[in-house]
Design a protein around this ligand. Structure first.
Ligand SMILES: Nc1nc2c(ncn2[C@@H]2O[C@H](COP(=O)(O)OP(=O)(O)OP(=O)(O)O)[C@@H](O)[C@H]2O)c(=O)[nH]1
Ligand SMILES: [Mg+2]
Ligand SMILES: [Zn+2]
Length: 295
């Protein structure tokens, strides 16, 4: 029996790091979807003739849905001035990490082209929300602040296409993985990286390059529970009049008061209200759909 860690999953096979080398394991058709490995999984392999087959996936410490990896310690949410940052996506990534119990780093890339105030605005929105915020430049190989955070454990990059996830990994690891330009027409990324892959930096230190995305779906969260994924709101909620305050329209809400006085970031709060609305609409839609189905 051979123990290893899944570094990449393709449609018909996956690659497993077994210490000093990487072995290829063919996926069997009979493998059920829930037994398919994810990048990051610890697995046991069995030798069958001259090939290895999957014997067991070890219990997962956690599992992120987007990007789809397991056993991550940190998610490095990368943003840049170009392509334009969709902060709602950043919020959703933070919620996803929170749900999985993974810590978060906001990494502002492309400081060579950031307009005045961009990094400061990111800091204002996510100070006290993300576990760390760093500003770096892959182009000029100014990545020391990020490198410090990558030591030990498994850090998974995430973010929109073309923010420079692969470029940062290239700069940090001295690699030459394929990077892609922005489309001139849409100023959006071209989804250059197509599958998640763990890169081993040293024993116990892995980073993962992942495909970028345009927009993130919502998750299975009840609208009244959304605020539980906002640490900065949870910290103030004991000051709200209602025990189960959702900080939307309840009277004497400590969170709204903090937003009004500027203690909490207003942009993030506005997006929180939007997400709440989205979740409520989706819940209603689901209920009516279910009712129609039951009738
Ligand atoms: N000016 C500037 N451009 C950068 C920097 N880092 C990356 N880029 C450029 O941004 C573009 C996208 O870089 P990638 O590394 O492919 O982005 P990605 O996030 O991996 O994109 P996907 O694989 O599509 O998700 C490329 O044209 C890079 O040269 C930087 O620090 N400054
Ligand atoms: Mg990439
Ligand atoms: Zn409240």
């Amino acid at each position: 029996m051979l123990k290893g860690r899944v570094v990449k999953v393709l449609s018909d096979r996956f690659m497993v790091d077994v210490g000093n080398e990487s072995v290829q394991v063919k996926s069997r058709k009979k493998l059920k979807r829930e037994t398919l490995p994810l990048p990051g999984d610890f697995v046991l392999l069995e030798q069958a003739g001259d090939e290895y087959v999957l014997y067991k996936i070890e219990e997962r410490k956690n599992r992120l849905i987007r990007p789809a990896v397991s056993n991550a310690d940190k998610v490095i949410i990368t943003v840049a001035p170009l392509p334009e940052t969709d902060f709602l996506t950043v919020d959703k990534l933070i919620i996803g990490a929170h749900k999985a119990g993974v810590s978060t780093v906001i990494c502002v890339n492309k400081t060579d082209i950031t307009p005045q105030g961009f990094t400061e605005s990111v800091e204002a929105q996510y100070a006290g929300v993300a576990d760390a915020i760093v500003a770096v430049c892959a182009e000029r190989k100014e990545t020391a602040a990020l490198e410090k955070l990558l030591t030990g454990g498994f850090s998974c990059f995430a973010g929109q296409s073309a923010v420079g996830k692969t470029s940062l990994i290239n700069a940090v690891c001295g690699l030459d993985r394929e990077v892609g330009d922005l489309s001139e027409k849409t100023l959006k990324g071209k989804n250059t990286t197509t599958s998640a892959e763990l890169i081993k930096i040293s024993d116990g230190t892995y980073i993962a390059d992942t495909p970028g995305f345009a927009a993130l779906d919502l998750f299975d969260i009840k609208p009244e529970e959304l605020s539980l994924y906002y640490d900065e709101y949870v910290a103030l909620s004991s000051g709200c009049k209602y025990h189960m305050c959702t900080h939307v329209s309840e009277p004497n809400c400590a969170v709204r008061a903090a937003v009004e006085s500027g203690r909490l970031n207003g942009l993030r709060y506005e997006r929180y209200l939007m997400l709440c609305e989205e979740l409520k609409k989706r819940n209603l839609h689901r209920k009516s759909w279910r009712k129609a189905y039951d009738d």
